[in-house]
Design a protein around this ligand. Structure first.
Ligand code: MN
Length: 191
């Protein structure tokens, strides 16, 4: 079963000015599509030919893991954001943010610092661990907290291809703009 690029839920220019249509053209149209094309070739004739992306993330190694996780991570990333974002809803998730970070502002500060401080390419995650506690996790390359049995709630792609056309080397500026368009309702629903 070949994997396919999922449709975006919003127009490619609707995240501007934070993330441009040009960045979407490359990030979604070339990079995300590229991982899908690579994965579809790599799984042919292997034990992963009919596997789900989650099975690939949990069990595969090397190129199949890297491309499979990148496919999942990007689809998840697009679902974390929407034009204009949404406010953090009151409820269990906001209570958990306060319980585990002290306040939403402290969480934002720590998440931003984790994004700025991740060396090289990777992803910064907010995930729920096996005890229900929220954790900020830095993962290099295609890393995904599912692999550690944790539930991903939010991710920020800090590979240079996510921001270089818009921000060049200014990753913190990209993270600031990313946080303005997070769909907190969707994030809270995952908790
Ligand atoms: Mn990316």
């Amino acid at each position: 079963m070949a994997f396919e690029l999922p449709a975006l839920k919003w127009a490619a220019n609707s995240l501007e000015p934070g993330i441009s249509a040009k960045t979407l053209e490359f990030h979604y149209g070339k990079h995300h599509q590229g991982y899908i094309n690579n994965l579809n070739k790599l799984i042919l004739g292997t034990a992963f030919e009919n596997a789900t992306l989650e099975e690939i993330i949990m069990k595969a190694e090397g190129g199949i893991f890297n491309n499979g996780a990148q496919v999942w991570n990007h689809s998840f990333y697009w679902d974390c954001i929407k034009p204009g974002g949404s406010v953090l809803p009151e409820g269990d998730f906001s209570k958990a943010i306060n319980r585990d970070f002290g306040s939403f502002d402290v969480f934002v500060e720590k998440f931003s610092a984790a994004c700025a401080g991740l060396f090289g390419s990777g992803w910064v995650w907010l995930a729920k661990n096996q005890n229900g506690k929220l954790e900020i996790i830095q993962e290099s390359n295609a890393g995904n907290p599912l692999r550690q049995g944790k539930t991903p709630l939010l991710t920020c792609d800090v590979w240079e291809h996510a921001y270089y056309l818009d921000k060049q080397n200014r990753r913190p500026d990209y993270v600031l703009d990313f946080l303005k368009i997070v769909d907190w309702q969707t994030v809270a629903n995952r908790y």
